[in-house]
Write a protein that binds this ligand. Structure first.
Ligand code: FBP
Length: 317
């Protein structure tokens, strides 16, 4: 697509046109969510020094979102506390985001991304931490941008999951994957096996089973180390992405509000599952802004399989 000088196909569905048409399906829509999405769509970061990229990305997110007049409160991985929006610029949405996910991969040019979830502020009280600690089942929209061999935006406004690829020649995101559905079962498992020594027995049993030809055709192992890249592949090819609790990190590593919940919302919208090992990620009640959560996410049958093994082990205890 890059550098294509084809005349613009006026029928192509751009991100803005898509969100506008989706808004028409919501009888009481005010257009504020459309305006917010228009703002999010402009978030491709250009930076000077690579290392500062996640700080730059964070500043851009905060700047663009807080001046969109659609947001009441921001939650960023890069900010210890909630980010308040000036009263006169406040809107009705709360946005939790990871401005640059997979930042440890920036220097080696491996795919990185941005992740966000949008919730609605239900009342007119002054926005505060309590408004930020909302469970995933209150999310009204979520998405991620993947900066890889192409720039991709994958979103859901509650009516399925849709992928848009950036056409740099026109600077527009074009709808390329309408109604993404994750396959019911895959052939790939994705987990950092460098932590095998601190896994609990259930995880060890499950991964061993995926490798053992006596227990079925062995799965392929794929792990990029950028959640956005690993989850995007899981959407496209199916399988399972796992970041479990370990003996050293009893709640795993990934953050509930702006990594686990957005991806769980999207995966569930695409027919997959996302669990913390016990309950759906979307039913976890957040208690802290940057709390971590184990996550098992992907194809329905694959996630159900590992949850069965976890249950078996916890019944043994
Ligand atoms: P950041 O958002 O801080 O970059 O960290 C999250 C992350 O890089 C995820 O993208 C990825 O899935 C995970 O950490 C990799 O962690 P590990 O190196 O422990 O496997």
């Amino acid at each position: 697509m890059a550098g294509s000088l084809q005349p613009l196909n006026s029928d192509c569905v751009t991100l803005t046109r898509f969100v506008l048409s989706e808004q028409k399906r919501a009888p009481h829509a005010t257009g504020e969510l459309t305006q917010l999405f228009g703002t999010v769509g402009q978030k491709n970061v250009q930076g000077e020094e690579v290392k500062k990229l996640d700080i730059l990305a964070n500043e851009l997110f905060i700047n663009m979102l807080s001046s969109s007049y659609t947001v009441a409160l921001l939650i960023s991985e890069e900010n210890e506390t909630v980010v308040e929006v000036e009263t006169e610029k406040r809107g009705k949405y709360i946005v939790a985001f990871d401005p640059l996910d997979g930042s440890s991969n920036i220097d080696c040019l491996v795919s990185i991304g941005s992740i966000f979830a949008i919730m609605k502020k239900e009342d007119n009280s002054i926005p505060s931490l309590k408004d930020a600690l909302k469970p995933g089942n209150t999310v009204v929209a979520a998405g991620y941008a993947l900066y890889g061999s192409a720039t991709m935006m994958v979103i859901s406004l509650g009516t399925g999951v849709h992928g848009f690829m950036l056409d740099p020649s026109i600077g527009e995101f074009i709808l390329t994957d309408r109604n993404l559905r994750v396959p019911p079962r895959g052939k790939i498992y994705s987990i950092n096996e460098g932590y095998t020594h601190i896994w609990d027995d259930a995880i060890k049993e499950y991964i061993q089973k995926k490798k053992d030809p006596k227990q079925g055709k062995p799965y392929n192992a794929r792990y990029v180390g950028s959640m956005v890249a690993d989850v995007h592949r899981t959407f496209k090819y199916g399988g399972i992405f796992i970041y479990p609790a370990t003996k050293e990190s009893p709640n795993g590593k990934l953050r509930l509000l702006y990594e686990c919940i957005p991806m769980a919302y999207l995966m569930t919208q695409a027919g997959g599952l996302a669990s913390n090992g016990k309950i759906s990620i979307l039913d976890v009640q957040p208690e802290e802004l940057h709390q971590r959560s184990p996550i098992f996410l992907g194809s329905k049958e694959d996630v159900e399989e590992v949850l069965e093994i976890i249950k078996k082990h916890s019944n043994k205890k």
